[in-house]
Design a protein. Structure first.
Length: 202
């Protein structure tokens, strides 16, 4: 409810500034660094420190800009990456996120800066793969989380170059019985993406 109220207030406030704004749609391509923040299992056994893996992002959306402000709604797909979160454990992660972004756009010469952030939701898939001493475990888990991000970039008219720092909440991998019938406790970590994105406006 608080998220809904906050979003409505932001949309109403921006609509006052963007009454004569330019509408646009966009497609985007991005280079990402996925970060498994503070990985541990459900018994609080800690793993590697914030492992990272490079990946990609593909998105589309629509928005408005004008009078020094802008807003948009974007849907972005982050294809599967594999993070080694412990010596014997890999977590394959993919995300589909929908966020509403709001930003200031101060003019700088023939371009405008983009400084702001966004709120929304992310659908996350975590596929756990464990193998050690002949004991194996593999299970997938999906979850729907609150998401937020910070934005900084530049608007060049028909293109935007944006750096995003996104957090899609704490996610969990699968749990259950390993191949030796012992209990495998779910792995947990903060699902973060840092990405450099090129938007093509039309």
């Amino acid at each position: 409810m608080n998220f809904f109220k906050t979003t409505c207030i932001l949309f109403f406030t921006l609509s006052c500034f963007l009454a004569n704004a330019e509408e646009f749609s966009f497609g985007s391509l991005g280079y990402t660094k996925h970060i498994a923040g503070d990985p541990h299992d459900s018994q609080n056994n800690t793993y590697y420190s914030d492992p990272e893996e490079n990946g990609a992002a593909f998105g589309f959306g629509f928005g408005t800009k004008g009078d020094g402000f802008g807003s948009d709604i974007e849907i972005t797909y982050y294809p599967e990456v594999t993070n080694k979160i412990a010596a014997a454990t890999n977590a394959k992660v993919s995300s589909l996120a929908t966020l509403s972004n709001f930003y200031a756009m101060p003019n700088v010469g023939n371009s405008s800066l983009i400084i702001g952030g966004g709120l929304g939701f992310a659908y996350n898939i975590v596929d756990t793969n464990y193998s050690s001493g002949g004991v194996t475990f593999n299970k997938e888990k999906t979850q729907f989380n609150f998401a937020y991000q910070g934005l900084i970039g530049v608007d060049l008219g028909e293109m935007q170059l944006i750096y995003k720092m996104s957090n899609f909440g704490e996610v969990k991998g699968g749990s259950g019985k390993a191949s030796n019938n012992a209990t495998y406790y779910s792995d947990e970590f903060d699902n973060k993406y840092h990405s450099l994105n090129l938007r093509f406006l039309f």
